[in-house]
Design a protein around this ligand. Structure first.
Ligand code: IPE
Ligand code: IPE
Ligand code: MG
Ligand code: MG
Ligand code: MG
Length: 315
């Protein structure tokens, strides 16, 4: 194939992204973007190869649902952007998420042997490889956000600062710290405290993802705020469903252990609200998430479908 034909094919593929209006297709597309972009990143960095470290990093990035990448791509799509502009940011948040999962599974954290149907990184390699693979994925996420193909430096800075805050002590890591502390507390967390844990450990990265497309497109403030509210409601529904699945889910389908929260005596949305109450709350949040997107009209239908998926998924 000639270079001209290749670039024509790429143009057609990018144009086809605007036709992706069904959530399953768009999620599959997000998974394909993760794989393709990750291949490209590591092809470009081949000279720096350290085989076990890179194998562990890439292993940890594969096999997820790709929800965060989907949110970046879709928030970009409804703001008129293709994956040529949003693909690296979609991969960046999946790197950050993969690092959080590698560390979450370590013996000093949740001590899990299985993730996405495969041995966890410390099980497949060893603990130091797992710690370091997570450590290396995190700065790589920021590296990707500095790529000029995303936009001008002002946009890059917004993305980097936003992700730094979403991932750090005010966000994911802070939430993880509170979550681990829940295991040894004398008094279980109240519902409000559980919401605060969730806003950090799961909510912050989901919110960043749902707004990333608006940041890259330099969208108007009300469009950013609509996606921000959608991300907040969706993130909460997502974690409620994670807690529901920890009780009702099937380990085989989930590809990870279940029943861990109760075994560790953790207060969760389910322990506070009961299974039915937690599901009702999640359903209400999905309605609120969908309503938050009214200003986008029909364009946002795939994001609304995504919200419904979050509380019907079995993995
Ligand atoms: C699982 O996240 C961990 C939480 C933050 C609750 P996902 O359910 O998105 O996991 P993958 O990426 O699809 O494996
Ligand atoms: C994980 O939460 C959250 C992060 C990795 C930031 P959980 O510990 O509930 O996730 P699972 O159930 O192991 O996927
Ligand atoms: Mg955990
Ligand atoms: Mg865990
Ligand atoms: Mg869980």
């Amino acid at each position: 194939m000639t270079l001209r034909e290749m670039s024509e094919q790429r143009k057609q593929a990018l144009a086809a992204e605007f036709e992706l209006t069904s959530f399953p297709d768009a999620l599959k597309h997000a998974q394909d973007v993760i794989v393709a972009q990750d291949d490209a990143v590591f092809r470009a960095q081949a000279h720096a190869s350290n085989p076990p470290l890179i194998a562990a990093m890439r292993y940890a990035v594969r096999g997820g649902k790709g929800m965060r990448a989907f949110l970046v791509l879709e928030s970009g799509r409804i703001n008129g952007l293709t994956s040529a502009r949003t693909g690296l940011s979609a991969l960046a948040v999946e790197y950050m998420h993969a690092y959080s999962l590698i560390h979450d599974d370590l013996p000093c954290m949740d001590d899990d042997d299985m993730r996405r149907g495969c041995p966890t990184v410390h099980r497949k390699w060893n603990e130091h490889t797992a710690v370091l693979a997570g450590d290396a994925l995190q700065p790589l996420a920021f590296d990707l956000l500095c790529d000029p193909c995303i936009g001008d430096a002002r946009i890059g800075l917004k993305l980097v600062r936003g992700l730094a805050r979403a991932a750090g002590h005010q966000g994911m890591v802070g939430g993880q710290m509170m979550d681990i502390a829940a295991e040894t507390r004398d008094t279980p967390y109240s519902l409000d405290q559980i919401i605060a844990v969730q806003q950090g450990k799961t909510g912050a990265l989901i919110k960043w993802s749902a707004t990333a497309g608006a940041v890259i497109a330099d969208a108007a403030e009300d469009e950013f705020n609509a996606l921000d509210l959608y991300g907040e409601k969706l993130g909460l529904a997502f974690q409620i469903w994670d807690d529901v699945l920890d009780i009702e889910g099937d380990a085989q389908a989930m590809g990870k252990a279940v029943g861990k929260d109760a075994a560790r005596g953790k207060a969760t949305f389910v322990s506070h609200l009961g299974l039915d109450g937690a599901k009702r709350r999640a359903r209400d949040l999905v309605t609120e998430a969908s309503d938050a997107l009214n200003i986008f009209g029909d364009k946002a239908e795939t994001l609304r479908q995504a919200a419904r998926f979050v509380i019907s998924r079995d993995s």
